[in-house]
Design a protein around this ligand. Structure first.
Ligand code: NAD
Length: 449
């Protein structure tokens, strides 16, 4: 069978690109060995956001007396939390399957492997050809070479989503995005949570001020952090899983019922015929240029598998860029402006450069901050803990935005939009923001310049 483009992997990178290609008149053969939707829908963004919502409800109920509502008793039905998550995932999966029923898209629910630069085969030996091939196979949880990581009860984020009970004691190795989101969720469900992080700060890629404040806020909620902790081994004992680590030159250990390993994700580069097709790759991912093209002209790679930016929306926009490139169109997508968020409580969001990055790159910048506690909406919501930081270059153009506080994930999008239009802080000062809204914190921040 022949088509204009073959896409391997139907995550947000693969399936959204298939739809965009078909909308532009290209015929597509899309391969997926599991269900359409990828990590984002089945093991990542969506199921965790379902858990976040249940966790938020638990927090609101627990804190309701302060809002004037007395609830005498409540309990968490974790079975229902998981069931609801499964229902939401099923609903969204059906939505994608419906969208893919497109006359220009042939959906092949099988594992695909490259045979050369234009041919792909499936396990039943069928062969498919295309002028162009797009690899969007995603990533998988990284397991560090630590003794005991294979013990039952030592879990990845995927397995955490299908637990049948709330662990009383949860130890999380890695305080990056995944570790923090699960820590925040399970704390709301009542777990005692300890995080062991190798780096000096949590969320190493975020602005320092934001990660410090987030750590303080989460500590206030009862999370326990050990930074610069090196896990050496995990062992099963009669009382639980003992996690051994060194911290401040001491040998320490903590006992937990479950251990979550959240030390990053590895691009899924194995078993897809990269060597047969002569595609260059490393454990960091498939090598691509700025058009997401590999060293083999007909083959492109998008999303987690190229290791550039492991975010669902980065993958789908990279895919649009590829299709525009194939169609010879001028594409205005700026892949340097990718908003990112951490769905802890409170949330954190960022886009563009951090102060640390500006210093490393020798960029002259000014950074100003505004606090949520001066924002009427945040105070009335009972969420006064928060900070907004804007970074502008020497011409006043916004080059970075960092937010910690309620709805930070949504708020940061305004900064991304402003950055896409090369807006200055002076222009932001003149844009009317509705009162009372959290977005006024951005304007307050601009007024500090
Ligand atoms: P990460 O890279 O964000 O964080 C991993 C953390 O583990 C780092 O802080 C690192 O210093 C630490 N670490 C590494 N080895 C360690 C060890 N042996 N002991 C202790 N700590 C160790 O990775 P992640 O949190 O696993 O997430 C994977 C990817 O998925 C990331 O790229 C992330 O952006 C993406 N993701 C995004 C979202 C979101 O957008 N909300 C949610 C989940 C995941």
């Amino acid at each position: 069978m022949n088509s204009d483009i073959i896409i391997i992997g139907a995550g947000p990178g693969g399936y959204e690109t298939a739809l965009y290609a078909a909308k532009n008149g290209l015929s597509v053969t899309l391969f997926e060995e599991r269900e359409a939707g990828g990590t984002c829908l089945h093991e990542g963004c969506i199921p965790t956001k379902c858990f976040c919502r249940s966790a938020e409800a638990a927090d609101i109920i627990a804190e309701s007396e302060a809002l004037g509502i007395r609830i005498t008793s409540h309990e968490i039905d974790f079975g229902r939390v998981v069931e609801r998550k499964n229902e939401m995932v099923k609903q969204l999966t059906s939505g994608i399957e419906f969208l893919l029923r497109n006359k220009l898209i042939t959906y092949v629910p099988q594992h695909a492997r490259l045979l050369d630069s234009h041919i792909v085969t499936t396990d039943d030996g069928s062969k498919y050809t295309a002028a162009h091939i797009l690899i969007a196979t995603g990533s998988k949880s990284k397991i560090p070479p630590i003794k005991g990581c294979d013990l039952p009860g030592v879990l990845t984020s995927t397995e955490m989503l299908d637990l049948d009970h709330i662990p009383e004691r949860l130890c999380i190795v890695g305080a990056g995005v995944i570790g923090l989101e699960f820590a925040s969720i399970f704390r709301s469900f009542g777990s005692q949570v300890t995080l062991l992080e190798y780096a000096k700060e949590i969320l190493p890629n975020f602005d320092n001020d934001i990660s410090k404040r987030l750590k303080q806020a989460l500590s206030k909620r009862g999370l326990e952090f050990f930074n610069q902790a090196a896990v050496t081994a995990i062992e099963q004992t009669v009382t639980g899983l003992d996690v051994h680590y060194t911290w401040k030159n001491q040998d320490c250990s903590i006992t937990a019922d479950k251990v979550l390993i959240a030390v990053g994700r590895s691009p899924r580069v194995e078993g897809i015929g990269l060597d047969e097709a002569g595609v260059h790759y490393s454990p960091k991912g498939i090598e691509t240029d700025n058009n997401l093209q590999t060293n083999v002209d007909s083959i492109y790679a998008i999303g987690d598998v190229n290791g550039r930016c492991m975010l669902a929306h980065a993958a789908s926009f990279q895919g649009r860029k590829v299709i525009d490139h194939l169609l010879g169109r001028d594409c205005q997508i700026d892949l340097d402006i990718v908003p990112a968020a951490v769905f802890t409580r409170p949330e954190a969001g960022m886009v563009g450069l951090t102060e640390e990055e500006c210093k490393q790159r020798g960029i002259t910048f000014t950074a100003k901050k505004a606090l949520f506690r001066a924002n009427g909406k945040a105070v009335s919501m009972g969420e006064p803990d928060g900070l907004c930081k804007l970074i502008a270059d020497e011409n006043g153009v916004i080059i970075g935005g960092h937010i910690f506080g309620a709805h930070a994930a949504d708020l940061v999008q305004e900064i991304a939009a402003l950055m896409n239009r090369r807006t200055t802080v002076s222009q932001l000062k003149e844009m009317i923001h509705a009162h009372p809204t959290l977005s006024e914190v951005l304007q307050e921040c601009a007024r500090e310049f």
